[in-house]
Write a new protein. Structure first.
Length: 170
């Protein structure tokens, strides 16, 4: 029997950066992100009913690596697909029940996850990556990384809000 190993979940995201008076500073384009290998193990545990199967718990952000600011940029998708944690996590925020919704109706294979970050959530400074974790705690790198995105540098400043929307298709 042949297995279909190339069928993969996928994801896209968009960022909106708002200034101190809630003005839109910029809106990013919808961009591809990498669904990492940890998702398969997490889904298998959820289907089995194993205690290691946890729903989404945390949206983490990271500084990445300064070398990503110049060509060739962040590591390729194939490398990041094997990541189990962010390269340089600087903060994380709990994913609330209301932040995860079915896209296009109820009980579909598509989810939308929305969160926003301020310097109350993460320190001021550069952000170059984010990831979603199943389970875990507020401690950096805890839980199972299921999604990773390396993006152009965003400099968080006091008073600014970074709004993130992620769509996952299974």
């Amino acid at each position: 029997m042949e297995e279909h190993v190339n069928l993969s979940p996928s994801g896209v995201h968009r960022d909106v950066l708002r200034g101190p008076h809630d003005e839109v500073v910029w809106v990013g384009e919808w961009g591809h992100n990498v669904v990492v290998d940890g998702l398969r193990a997490l889904l298998a545990a959820l289907v089995k009913g194993d205690p290691q199967g946890h729903p989404l718990g945390w949206w983490a952000v990271g500084a990445g690596a300064a070398s990503w600011d110049a060509p060739p940029g962040a590591p390729p998708d194939a490398t990041r697909q094997t990541f189990a944690q962010l390269v340089a996590e600087v903060g994380r925020k709990a994913i609330t029940t209301g932040a995860v919704m079915f896209l296009g109706g109820s009980f579909t294979n598509r989810l939308e996850i929305i969160s926003s970050f301020t310097t109350a959530d993460v320190p001021a400074g550069p952000l170059r990556e984010f990831g979603l974790f199943g389970g875990g705690t507020a401690a950096a790198s805890s839980g199972v990384l299921i999604n990773h995105r390396a993006h152009p540098r965003i400099d968080m400043q006091p008073g600014f809000t970074l709004e993130r929307t992620l769509h996952l298709t299974f």
